[in-house]
Design a protein around this ligand. Structure first.
Ligand SMILES: Cc1cc2nc3c(=O)[nH]c(=O)nc-3n(C[C@H](O)[C@H](O)[C@H](O)COP(=O)(O)O)c2cc1C
Length: 179
């Protein structure tokens, strides 16, 4: 399977990257093909809502989304959303990627992608992932994605905290379980 891992944190060696790398290590052991894509430094602009695409056409913004990410998404079987939790939600840079699904919503929905959520947060409270998880599940429903698993790393506030938690092992096992 071809797996696109979207890394959304500016901390390239941060907590969500640790979870992503462990997922990748597990998935590679199962011979999956991995495409890593870091959003950091990319020119990916928010949807303007102009509707020129009609939800099914080219976007008027010729940025890195339209030039490279859209095609990577098209050609992949699975999308892994790796993220830090920001104010109980997805970080803006990754939310923009989802908003930009708009230009090919019909096409993407019909592709029935598989997805994974890997999230890191400082807090380890019952509510810290409530919105992040609910948003992910709602997007999976709407886009007809099949959720293949989540790692919700509470208490993963720094790379050291993350490395000493149980979550890198969970991410690795999830990567190994993908079929
Ligand atoms: C703008 C911002 C907002 C944050 N909001 C939350 C939050 O709502 N809850 C939480 O537990 N941690 C929050 N954090 C902490 C990060 O989620 C946490 O440090 C995470 O490990 C960062 O992952 P990274 O190393 O991949 O960037 C926030 C951090 C930043 C920079």
């Amino acid at each position: 399977m071809k797996i696109l891992v979207l890394k959304s944190s500016g901390n390239k060696k941060g907590s969500s990257a640790i979870l992503a790398d462990e997922f990748i290590r597990g998935a590679k052991e199962r011979q999956h093909e991995i495409v890593e894509y870091s959003l950091t430094g990319k020119d990916i602009r928010p949807c303007r809502g102009c509707n020129a695409c009609g939800m099914n056409g080219a976007c008027v913004q010729k940025d890195d989304y339209e030039k490279e990410l859209k095609d990577l998404i098209r050609k992949t079987d699975m999308i892994v959303f790796a993220m830090p939790v920001y104010y109980y939600n997805w970080p803006a840079q990754l939310k923009v990627v989802v908003d930009r699904f708009y230009s090919f919503t019909t096409e993407l929905t019909e592709m029935h992608k598989k997805t994974v959520l890997l999230a890191a947060a400082w807090d380890n409270t019952p509510t810290v992932f409530r919105v992040t998880k609910a948003y992910y599940e709602t997007i999976c429903d709407y886009m007809q994605f099949t959720d293949c698993g989540m790692v919700l790393g509470g208490g993963c506030g720094t790379p050291d905290m993350t490395r000493s938690s149980k979550y890198p092992a969970q991410a690795y096992e999830l990567g190994r379980s993908i079929c």
